[in-house]
Write a protein that binds this ligand. Structure first.
Ligand SMILES: [Zn+2]
Ligand SMILES: [Zn+2]
Length: 158
């Protein structure tokens, strides 16, 4: 059970279960948008994130692919708490750095390492991808099942 929030305390959330999969993204967009060397995103079903306080506002980001990318930020302090890539709604890319224990969750894969900051050393016990990867090859069966269930559920709600 992990809780987190923005810097000013306006937005607070709780993860009701562990993440489906965790990305450490070294793309230049993540570097620019976080002001850091990479972004760590925990993929989780939107309905497994319980809102405890505040309502993050969506800000749409320009992307190379043209697919929508909304970053959800605290309306007061502007800290990003999660992203919705592709405007799927049912899947959140939660910013691991906003957890109260930000080091409690570590990446399952490093992606877009072709643009990683040169002095960052990658661990050798975690898959590393120059660009992206094939979900079916890397995700455990349980993770694939969770994503599928969330996607199916979203279809029936609509
Ligand atoms: Zn805030
Ligand atoms: Zn990225």
């Amino acid at each position: 059970m992990h809780e987190g929030g923005c810097s000013c305390g306006n937005v607070r959330y709780r993860m009701k279960r562990g993440p489906i999969f965790v990305h450490c993204c070294h793309c230049l967009d993540c570097q620019k948008q976080t002001g850091g060397a990479f972004a760590i995103n925990a993929l989780i079903e939107a309905d497994e994130v319980e809102a405890l306080a505040g309502e993050p506002v969506a800000i749409s980001m320009p992307t190379d692919s043209g697919r929508p990318h909304d970053i959800y930020r605290c309306a007061k302090c502007g800290v990003a708490v999660w992203s919705d890539y592709g405007r799927r709604g049912y899947l959140r890319f939660l910013r691991v750095s906003t957890l109260d224990e930000p080091h409690a969750i570590s990446p399952d894969v490093h992606i877009f390492t072709r643009t990683k900051v040169p002095w960052v050393q990658l661990p050798d016990n975690v898959p590393v991808c120059e660009v992206y990867y094939n979900m079916n090859e890397l995700w455990p069966a349980e993770s694939l099942a969770r994503r599928k269930a969330a996607s199916e559920k979203a279809k029936t709600v609509r």
